[in-house]
Design a protein around this ligand. Structure first.
Ligand SMILES: [Zn+2]
Length: 437
């Protein structure tokens, strides 16, 4: 039977096997259940048995019990485990051990106050349910500090497992800012993140954050690649990146067998920026002031930024009218066409066709009389191989890395910021799927 609260409890010598089953903790049996409105307290003890002295091996004699309160994973109410821990005494007068206390590592760490399964539960909540340490600590009835102190070693152990780097054939890199306070207090604001972009058997990318290292530089990336060892570096076939020369240098120096791929989204963005710049310059030159309401080029900003394939007839007509309003607007139109050509290369259903468009752009834009377009052309020429690699690596991109950055940002907000970089790394590795938890 289930031992109810408030009534005469069943004697401790008559444990209920159904309660043991319901509790589901191995190695202990339920002696008593006290179910309050907000907290359920389950009294447990280990099964009968004997113990040998850890020092001399002599069979120990019982020396009473000690009550120890543990926080367990909650159900509909908070659960506390009252463990009547056995105390033993070594009977050998020559042994220095004296008294010792039983340990059940499957239940709780020697000096812990949170059960092993509650720690697992909390890690699962952090990993998959957008949990926060503060919220989980509240549910467990413990403090932020106590819970984090219990979780941290587990995450450190998972992070130290080098097998999590196995099988990476596609690697992304990007940086993000993790704090805005004084660098002297918290170190560099930027972190470089490495993301596993390897496709699964269905060809889908399941982005996984592999690591975060301080700084935003080729050196940061390069140092991390060296640490991973030869086998890891030889395994990487595709290395995606945004147009940042530092990371490109690291890829060229450390990943001999990999093809660097410039991220498609960023290339398209460079094109859109050129249109914006040309529009602003032309506007200033023709009107003598920055664009304002009523100016022909001002009202079409959004139209200029969109893909032509998304524009309605009405929008196309507005675009045409704005361009025709002044012969000087022709430059804007040409820049817009270049940006649309860039998009078209990526949108082409056929990779060979897309590559042909991309090659033409990489070989011609730098000769444009429009300075902004020419500058984009020089960038594409400088990044030519990485730009064209998109079309020979089955559309590899750094998109998965961007997605991970989005998750990181969300969790940084949920946690209301982080003060400690090591804690930040562990938490982000966990939620970014980088730990086998
Ligand atoms: Zn002993």
């Amino acid at each position: 039977m289930f031992h109810a609260t408030g009534r005469a409890a069943a004697p401790a010598t008559d444990p209920c096997s159904r309660c043991d089953l319901l509790l589901g903790l191995e190695g202990v049996r339920v002696e008593h259940v006290d179910r309050g409105a907000r907290v359920m307290t389950v009294t447990v003890s280990s099964a009968d048995g004997s113990a040998g002295c850890p020092s001399c091996g002599v069979v120990a004699v019982g020396h009473g019990r000690r009550k120890r309160m543990l926080n367990d994973a909650p159900g509909t109410v908070r659960v506390r485990i009252l463990w009547r821990q056995r105390v033993w005494r070594c009977p050998d007068p020559d042994c220095a051990r004296g008294v010792f206390i039983e340990q059940l590592p499957g239940l709780v760490a020697p000096r812990g106050s949170i059960t092993v399964r509650a720690i697992d539960w909390a890690i699962g909540q952090l990993r998959r349910e957008h949990g926060t340490i503060a919220g989980l600590a509240r549910q467990l009835g413990t403090s932020w500090k106590t819970l984090w102190r219990a979780i941290r070693p587990e995450l450190e152990r998972l992070a130290a497992d080098e097998s999590r780097f196995d099988g990476v054939t596609s690697l992304g890199v990007d940086e993000h800012v993790w704090h805005h306070v004084d660098r002297r207090r918290r170190g560099p604001r930027e972190l470089t993140g490495m993301v596993d972009l390897t496709r699964d058997e269905h060809g889908r990318v399941r982005a996984r954050l592999l690591d975060l290292v301080p700084g935003r530089s080729g050196k940061a990336y390069s140092g991390w690649l060296v640490e991973r060892g030869d086998a890891f570096r030889r395994g990487v076939r595709v290395a995606a990146l945004d147009p940042f020369a530092g990371y490109k240098t690291a890829i060229d120096a450390r990943l001999d067998d990999a093809t660097a791929v410039l991220d498609a989204f960023h290339v398209v963005k460079l094109g859109t920026q050129v249109v914006d710049e040309v529009r602003r310059r032309v506007q200033q030159a023709t009107l003598g002031h920055r664009g304002r309401k009523g100016d022909p080029l001002y009202g079409i900003q959004t139209i200029l930024r969109a893909g032509a394939e998304h524009l309605t007839d009405k929008q196309l007509a507005r675009l045409a009218a704005a361009i025709e309003a002044d012969p000087a607007h022709e430059e804007v139109f040409i820049a817009w066409q270049c940006a649309q050509d860039l998009r078209a290369a990526y949108r082409a259903g056929n990779l060979a066709e897309g590559r042909a468009i991309a090659e033409r752009l990489a070989d011609s834009l730098h000769t444009s009389p429009i300075p902004e377009v020419a500058r984009l052309g020089r960038t594409l020429r400088r990044w030519r191989a990485a730009f064209l690699a998109y079309f020979t690596t089955n559309r590899s991109s750094n998109g998965g890395t961007e997605a991970i950055n989005g998750i990181i940002e969300l969790h940084r907000r949920l946690a209301r910021g982080f003060r400690n970089r090591d804690n930040y790394r562990l938490r982000m590795l966990l939620i970014g799927g980088g730990l086998f938890a």
